[in-house]
Design a binder for this molecule. Structure first.
Ligand SMILES: Nc1ncnc2c1ncn2[C@@H]1O[C@H](COP(=O)(O)OP(=O)(O)O)[C@@H](O)[C@H]1O
Ligand SMILES: [Mg+2]
Length: 258
């Protein structure tokens, strides 16, 4: 299989935010990340697609160190990922993550969910944290739900709260790992629209998704993964109209014709 990832010079570009260089990881005998080289520039929206089990989630989790890697380097703003302690908590705030499952705190209100990290990690005053939480909840369209508990909200609303919670930390980058996969179909668009708006506002984003409409309209670049490798990187137009590898052609024929 031909690897067609873009190679860049060693000196970091001024607009480079996240850089993975020759990253490798195993789960036992499974080589889940193989020689991953990926650069994400400030303001860029990168959509990661590929078959189930290809390593997309592991890649995301490695970027905020929910998974460690065995070799290679991952840098954010030119600095290697911190190993532990307060700096690691700060990294997790700098790298907002939204998962398939909403993982909000069930025993806290929507408002408290969005305030918590601001107070604990960013050391914000409670009143300032509340103001910001309310603004962000309005921005994602759930301002009127602030005093409810997560279970009282629909899946689409909960996922928008999860986005607001990550945004409350003023992240440098947002990672989305199949954020709409667990949603009922009628709720997918409300979440994608919030993500579209974020992209338009200039947020740096890595989005693992099978929503090809989103990829086509919001992505600057599509990264196609298979078997732990980045097999192709291309603009959405190039990728969807002229995939180069057999692996990508095969994958696209399956997802576009079902
Ligand atoms: N904690 C883990 N322990 C062992 N194997 C894992 C673990 N997490 C993921 N895997 C395996 O690694 C492979 C890649 O997983 P993942 O990154 O979740 O892929 P994707 O998100 O592309 O579906 C899969 O084969 C999965 O079963
Ligand atoms: Mg996954």
């Amino acid at each position: 299989m031909a690897e067609v990832s873009v190679t860049k010079d060693a000196a970091p570009a001024a607009d480079e935010l996240v850089a993975l260089r020759n990253v490798n990881k195993h789960f036992g005998a499974l080589h889940v990340l193989q020689d991953i080289d990926l650069t994400i520039d400030r303001g860029e929206v990168v959509v990661v697609i590929g078959p189930s089990g290809s390593g997309k989630s592991t890649l995301c989790r490695a970027i905020n160190r929910l998974e460690t890697v065995e070799s290679g380097t991952i840098t954010i703003d030119g600095k290697p990922l911190p190993q532990e302690g307060k700096e690691l908590a700060r990294l997790r705030a700098d790298v907002g993550m939204v998962f398939q499952s909403f993982n909000l705190f069930a025993h806290k209100t929507v408002l408290e969910n969005v305030m918590l990290g601001q107070v604990k990690v960013r050391k914000a005053e409670k009143s300032a944290a509340e103001d910001k939480a309310r603004k962000l909840l309005d921005r994602v369209g759930v301002g009127t739900q602030a005093d409810k508990y997560p279970a009282q909200l629909s899946g689409g609303q909960q996922q928008r709260v999860a986005i607001a919670r990550a945004l409350a930390m003023d992240p440098k980058i947002m990672l989305f790992d199949e954020p709409t996969s667990a949603l009922d179909p009628e709720m997918i668009n409300e979440v994608l629209e919030v993500m579209q708006q974020l992209a338009r506002d200039g947020m740096t984003m890595v989005v693992v998704t099978h929503e090809m409409g989103f990829a086509r309209s919001a992505a600057n670049r599509v990264v196609f993964m298979a078997d732990g490798r980045i097999v192709e990187e291309a603009t959405p137009d190039q990728f969807f109209s002229h995939p180069r590898s057999d692996r990508a052609k095969d994958f696209l024929s399956k997802i576009l014709h079902h």
